[in-house]
Design a protein around this ligand. Sequence first.
Ligand code: ATP
Ligand code: LTN
Length: 332
Amino acid sequence: MNSKKKTVFSGIQPSGVITLGNYLGAIKNWVKMQDDYNCIFFLANMHAITVRQDPKNLEENTLKAYALLLACGINSEKSLFFIQSLAGETHSQLAWILNCYTQFGELSRMTQFKDKSQQHPENINAGLFTYPCLMAADILLYQPDLIPTGKDQKQHVELTRNIAERFNGIYGETFKIPEPFILSEGASIRSLVDPSKKMSKSDKNENACITILDPKDTIIKKFKRAVTDSEAKVYLSDDKPGINNLMTIYSCFTGMGFAQIEKEFSDKGYGAFKLAVGETVADALQPIQDKYHKLLSDETFLKFLYTESSQKAKDISQFTLDEVKRKIGLCM
Ligand code: ATP
Ligand code: LTN
């Protein structure tokens, strides 16, 4: 690690196949940051169990997500890329400690908790409630400067800052205070079925999201069916959330500005626009899919990579955990 560079830290839950929202809101930016920052990325599989998971699926999805992120361009020679449960001792110990420095009221205000409680009324477990404390532990263990995520995670990063400042205020400088880092383009890709909701990999309606592994014809079909409006004119407007979303996606992949997109489609209807978006996205994802299938065929190599990097993560995070335990008087 280069000590002059700032440290970036972020993660994703291996709770299903990674979506276009995850890719544009987070992963694509992580890939770009690898040359300019010391980067640490991880798969938050301990977070994923806040929602009931089939054990076999969770294990398989974790391995697949590892391969998929590598295929998207996370480079294990440039960045540390690990699996949370393999460094679980440090993460869970700090999470417990931070639970004791976080208020019930603060956790009650988290929108992700409110959303997920509504989606899973039969399983509003304590882990779902204290999830942000585990996330704060993930982050603070590695003393990072920047946390690049989609917009939906900003509230959790802000809570992390508050917890860290509170702890530092009581025990003296212990944690670096991290900054949320949210790039505006792609920060919140919307569901194709209901643009008032974010695109989410755990959405039950498969037409709501494009996954990175969808074949070309599926991608085109999903975009064709995307909910828009009845005006049939491509331009950016607050009351056209479906079209705004498609324009954002098209812009992220082509690099074109919104005015340019409006011009290109000024005399074309939604059919032509949706087809162009579908083809552009499918063509951009093809090389990622090819690389993914190649990586997944060598499980031994993948296991070697994540075991080695998770051990490194454990060693790095142990430093912070030891300092915290010493400061609060826990025998070691
Ligand atoms: P789940 O449905 O299991 O909650 P998710 O699809 O919301 O999953 P996460 O694992 O929570 O994905 O998020 C991984 C990263 O992707 C985070 O940085 C998050 O901010 C970002 N992200 C998730 N959904 C979107 C979206 N629709 N648009 C932009 N970024 C997103
Ligand atoms: N809560 C995040 C995943 C996550 C994370 C983190 C992101 C867990 N720990 C630490 C950044 C930093 C999510 O649901 N996307």
